[in-house]
Write a protein that binds this ligand. Structure first.
Ligand SMILES: Cc1cc2nc3c(=O)[nH]c(=O)nc-3n(C[C@H](O)[C@H](O)[C@H](O)COP(=O)(O)O)c2cc1C
Length: 170
């Protein structure tokens, strides 16, 4: 599901660290103050990282397009939209913002995908980004953005508390 998530100019500007090792979960838990319980009791934890190394992804996407015999025209168009993206995000701070927007969509795919398989999840934003990066020894192009804990619920969830339709749609 995460892999099929749409992204701006098909950049797929994310990498996902899958954690199921209990020792690693224990190392990470103190850095996830708003999700310590889930971090320790989940089956798997996904650390969704924004990846600002766009160049490597673009190169691979163009290679794949060529392998699929994409027309010169579509390659040209792709290069044009990619260039526009680079113009919009000329430095790493802006690239982080752009990448993170896409990561949030990948997170939604993961959560709904898991639910479709009967697996519950919790999205966690409240964690110490630097400490998680350090623990996972992440390269500088990867910025941990969201953590998703996955597992089977031990109890039945309380009913969803959501705003009524009229407060949302206009
Ligand atoms: C972007 C985002 C960040 C979140 N961060 C946290 C978090 O740090 N800790 C936590 O316990 N839940 C976190 N949540 C979960 C929300 O609190 C939860 O989805 C919301 O309260 C609705 O709960 P429900 O889906 O169980 O009804 C986050 C959800 C989203 C979408």
């Amino acid at each position: 599901m995460i892999r099929t998530t749409p992204s701006a100019v098909n950049l797929q500007p994310w990498k996902v660290k899958i954690v199921n090792d209990n020792n690693l979960k224990q190392e990470l838990a103190p850095h996830i103050p708003s999700g310590q319980t889930q971090a320790l009791t989940c089956s798997h934890m996904l650390i969704l990282c924004a990846n600002i190394d766009w160049e490597s992804h673009i190169e691979k996407t163009i290679e794949n397009m060529k392998k699929a015999y994409a027309s010169e025209e579509s390659l040209k168009y792709y290069q044009m939209v990619v260039n526009a993206m680079f113009t919009r995000a000329p430095n790493s701070d802006k690239r982080i913002i752009e990448s993170q927007k896409n990561v949030f969509l990948a997170a939604a795919s993961a959560v709904f995908g898991a639910k479709s398989l009967g697996i519950d999840s919790c999205i966690i934003q409240g964690f110490n980004v630097d400490a998680v990066s350090k623990t996972l020894k992440l390269k500088s192009n990867l910025i941990p953005t969201l953590i998703i804990t996955l597992g089977y619920a031990v109890d039945s969830p309380s009913p969803k508390n959501r705003l009524p339709e009229e407060d949302i749609f206009f």
